[in-house]
Structure formats: C-alpha cells, structure tokens
Ligand binder design. Structure first.
Ligand code: KG4
Ligand code: ZN
Length: 367
C-alpha cells in the first residue's frame, strides 16, 4: 500500500497525479497542448517538449497541493519512459530523476501503453477493493489500445505483461480520424469533431474499405480508408496533398478553406463522417473479438484517446454483453493521456519491486 506521484509527458499532454494504494486519486492535473499545436494540424515535437518543460513543475506543485501531500510523504515517483516523443519523454524522466535525487525516493519507469490498459481497469479494481473483493482483473484480457499514435491488440496477463497480437501497418486509427477531420474542414484534433458530426449522418451512405493487410491476421491498416474518404468527398482526381497542408489551417483564407473542403455535388460531410466511423468501428471491434477468441480472453479492454468515441463504446458494449464478457473502458476523463494511469500502474510495479536507478533512459518506440 503506497502513495505515488505519477508524471506523464510522452506526447502533447503534461500531466501529474497523486494516487494512493493504486486507485485512490488524491490530486491530478492535465495541461493539454492542443491549442499550441492546432494551427499546425499536428504535434510539433520541439514545441511540445519546450511546453512540457515550462508547465511540468508548476503542475506538480498544484497536484501535490490538491492532494495535500508533500514530496517527503510519497513512497515513489512513477514516470512514463516509453513509447513517445523522445524529447518529451526526456523532460518527464529528467524531472522525475531530479525529484528522486532530491528526496531519495525510488523511481518507477512506466510504459505509457501499459498505462492506458491499466487506466481502463482502475475504476473496476477500485470498486472491487471498496467492496472488500479481490481486485485482480480476470486475466487473460484482450486489450485494444487505440490512440493518435497506436492501434494495437495485446494479450494481457498481468499489470505489466502485455504480448503484442497485432499492430497497425500504417496510420493509427486516431491519426486517420485527425486526417479525415482535416479533409472535412473540422478543427484539430478531428476525432471528437467527427464523433459529433457522425451522429447526424448516415453510416450506410458510403461503403468504405475494412482493410485486413495480412490475410487471416489481426493487423490493422487505415491509410486506404482515409484515401477512400478523400475520393468519395472530392472525386478520383483529388490531390492527396490534403493530408499535408502547406499552410496551417488558421492561416488559410476563407477561399482557400472553401476550396479545400469542396465536396462533389450531393456529398454531405455528416454522411462521410458517419460512414468513416462505421468502417473504423467495424474493424476495431471485429478484430478485438477475434483476438479475444484466439487467446480465450475472460474480458475486453479498450483504451487510448479513441476509446472516447461514442460509436466505438456503444458497439463494444453491445458485443461484449452479447458474449457475456466484461468490457473495461476508461472513464471519459481518463481516455486521453493522463498521469492517474501512470501512478496507478506505477503502484503495481512498485509493489513488484520494479524500480530503476538514475541510469534509466527513455525509448521512443516500444509497444
Ligand atoms: O491517447 P491520446 O490522448 O494521445 C495519443 O497517445 O495519441 O489520443 C489522441 C487521439 C487523437 O487522434 C484524437 O483525435 C482521438 O484520440 N480522439 C478521438 C475521440 N477523442 C479523441 N477519436 C475518435 N472519437 C473521439 N471521441
Ligand atoms: Zn496515449
């Protein structure tokens, strides 16, 4: 039973949290950089790491203040060390090392993707523990991590034991959402905006591809889907450069924007959004169920930013219920990047003695 500070700086959210005993959240803060990157239509790594540097320490102070905890009372500091943008990860790890050096606290390195999976399990574990029941999740679980950077399936057999079953061959699902959002003229990030727009559209208006890049395999591919949406919107000769706009969206003139989002006659953005979302949800839920069958899973996990998607949540809930499988979804506030999941997983790792020395490094890619 321990008290941990968690730090998260792997991408475009600076986050800190104080968590007791693995799931009791005493304080937490998330500073999103969405506004900083919005005008570029994507995350600019150098800007992201500079912003983490400015924001992190005041954020940690606020979080400790909210939790009414001093550094000295903590048992350990957990920090995301992989995967992510290397400069961003370094800001978080260096800060954590500095705090550990100053206080003598142990450092707990955490994998961000495993953190997302753990974050989906935390509310259930907290409830079980509160009722005096065993909070151990019903391993093995089939876990889908679906964000702006990842679309992967795992066989999860323990808090830090996640075997990769499948990954995306090209774009992540969230990346496809963001690119299709740009094509539809929606604000960045495209995911939440498409989710809203899709509710007013007909999901059967367009039949978009459900790619399976390896026949019989579970891997994902979303780049063909994104291109299919482009062609449906603007015809087969549409320039594919729409994904990489030369100028930031907010610097566009009204005429430029109108030209960029000019659709073929009779094509509605709502129908494109709904049909695109239907294709993504079909693939994600379909492949998660295949994975579950493959490993004999006793439950399903969906996590990462795209787990906030209303269509995905609804379909997964219906399919899981039909099979009598528990479905673990993070609460909306914990679907996107946060430090509660890092502190929570850090607690489980700390309990297993999985601490690191000050020689700990970051790693950009490792699922
Ligand atoms: O996990 P996350 O916050 O950061 C990464 O590690 O990538 O995920 C961000 C991604 C973005 O691509 C965003 O468009 C997507 O999650 N997203 C959504 C929704 N909310 C966020 N995608 C679809 N529907 C949503 N409601
Ligand atoms: Zn994430």
């Amino acid at each position: 039973m321990a008290l941990l500070l968690g730090l998260e700086t792997s991408c475009d959210e600076t986050a800190a949290a104080v968590v007791r005993d693995g799931w009791q959240v005493l304080g937490q803060r998330v500073a999103s950089q969405v506004d900083l990157h919005a005008r570029f239509g994507g995350v600019i790594p150098e800007l992201a790491s500079r912003s983490h540097l400015e924001v992190l320490f005041p954020l940690v102070e606020d979080t400790l203040h909210e939790a009414r905890v001093t550094l000295r009372e903590l048992d350990a500091i957990a920090v995301t060390v992989t995967p992510g943008l290397i400069g961003c990860l370094l800001v978080g790890l260096s800060a954590a090392k500095g705090l550990c050096l100053a206080t003598g606290l142990p450092l707990v390195p955490v994998n961000h993707v495993h953190g997302h999976i753990h974050g989906a399990l935390m509310p259930w574990m907290a409830e079980r523990a509160a009722r005096g029941e065993d909070p151990t999740p019903p391993w093995p679980l089939a876990s889908l991590v679906v964000s702006g950077a990842h679309t992967s399936l795992y066989a999860s057999t323990g808090a830090a034991e996640h075997r990769v079953l499948a990954r995306t061959r090209d774009d992540a699902a969230g990346e496809a959402y963001d690119k299709v959002g740009a094509l539809l003229g929606l604000p960045y990030p495209g995911g939440p905006a498409i989710d809203r727009l899709a509710r007013a559209g007909d999901p059967r208006a367009f039949r978009f591809p459900r790619s399976r890049p390896v026949p019989g395999g579970l891997d994902f591919s979303f780049s063909g889907l994104k291109t299919a949406v482009l062609y449906a919107a603007r015809g087969p000769n549409a320039p594919r450069t729409v994904w990489r706009r030369a100028r930031p969206a907010t610097h566009e003139t009204a005429e430029e924007r109108a030209l960029r989002i000019a659709f073929l006659p009779g094509v509605r953005a709502e129908d494109l959004a709904a049909s695109f979302q239907q294709a993504v949800v079909d693939v994600l839920v379909g492949r998660l169920l295949e994975a579950a069958q493959l490993i004999g899973a006793r439950g399903l996990v969906i996590c990462g930013g795209v787990a906030a998607n209303s269509g995905l949540r609804a379909r997964a809930q219906a399919e899981a219920a039909a099979r009598g499988l528990p479905l673990f979804l993070p609460p909306m506030a914990l679907a996107t990047d946060n430090a509660v999941m890092i502190a929570g997983l850090g607690d489980a790792l700390f309990a297993q003695g999985l601490t690191a020395g000050l020689g700990q490094d970051v790693e950009a890619r490792r699922d």
